[in-house]
Design a protein around this ligand. Structure first.
Ligand code: OGA
Ligand code: MN
Length: 282
């Protein structure tokens, strides 16, 4: 059966209906890949993926990463990262980002070879569902005022996982810090598949523009952050059980709306790695 595709905003995101992801054919997977590149975010509703299904489906898009935060991996599948405020029997959270506010970020922008995609499914939700917001950094780049575009042309920016962890109080171990030193990437990233340009910065992790004096670097970044989070670039997703969202990590950033901490929330994420020749941001 043909997939039914409904765009979610003028630029970013599409809902894909008419498919049970557990039984996707080769042809459907090929179609999903192409939709994923085009819309940068795909929403599937009414899915019933258990952890085996989640891993099997995600693998069809690439190798899966074992996240550096080992304490938050599924006990059954190390390819699945829990995002949750639920505490285990030892009183420690079973998932990452537990109760904290989670500001705008690109997953893995702090790594030399960031993941190409993430697939996040809802396993337990607060009564109102809670929201995750996504911003289209291609549309934000395309519409950028010309003077700002010129000021950042050819520049690199510094990405820091430590800055994120400090801002959103996610404690890391000494070993984890050692494995994630600050890193520079092009400030405007060319998508490895579509060739489209996107702003490759985020308020949560980008600390400086290389080669600009500190005050100017800060000022330009603040301007870019305000720009990229404007309503016209953002899709706000309110979660329902059975939802799964795949996003393109080379051209979208995301944040989580605070939610009522009296309720449990559990999301399960797989992290899809790029083929080696497309891995380094350019
Ligand atoms: C993530 C993430 C936000 C959320 O899984 O990378 O940022 O709403 N999740 O759970
Ligand atoms: Mn994230």
């Amino acid at each position: 059966m043909a997939l039914a595709v409904r765009p979610l905003t003028p630029a970013l995101g599409a809902e894909v209906a008419g498919i049970d992801l557990r039984r996707a054919t080769e042809q459907q997977v090929a179609e999903i890949k192409s939709l994923w590149s085009r819309y940068a975010l795909l929403l599937f509703r009414g899915q019933a993926l258990d952890e085996d299904d989640l891993v099997a489906y995600s693998r069809r898009f690439g190798d899966l990463e074992i996240h550096v935060r080992r304490e938050f991996l599924s006990p059954h599948h190390p390819e699945i990262l829990y995002v949750s405020n639920i505490k285990g029997p030892d009183g420690k959270p079973i998932g990452i980002l537990s109760q904290n506010e989670v500001g705008w970020h690109y997953d893995q922008i702090y790594l030399p070879r960031p993941a190409v995609g993430s697939f996040l499914v809802a396993a337990q939700l607060p009564p109102d569902g809670g929201e995750t917001w996504f911003s289209d950094m291609r549309a934000a780049y395309d519409a950028l005022p010309a003077d700002l575009k010129r000021r950042i042309e050819g520049r690199k920016a510094v990405q820091s996982y430590e800055a994120f962890n400090r801002a959103y109080s996610v404690p890391t171990s000494t070993e984890q810090k050692k494995r994630t030193p600050d890193i520079e990437h092009p400030l405007v990233r060319t998508h490895p598949i579509t060739g489209r340009k996107a702003l490759y910065i985020c308020p949560g992790m980008t600390t400086a523009i290389v080669g600009l004096p500190e005050a100017e670097s800060r000022a330009v970044l603040e301007e870019l952050f305000a720009w990229t989070t404007r309503d016209e670039f953002v899709y706000r997703h309110r979660w329902t059980m059975g939802d799964g969202i795949m996003w393109d990590n080379a051209c979208t950033m995301h944040r989580r709306e605070p939610f009522d901490q009296r309720h449990h929330r559990l999301m399960k994420r797989t992290t899809i790695l790029p083929p080696a020749h497309l891995a380094i941001p350019r």
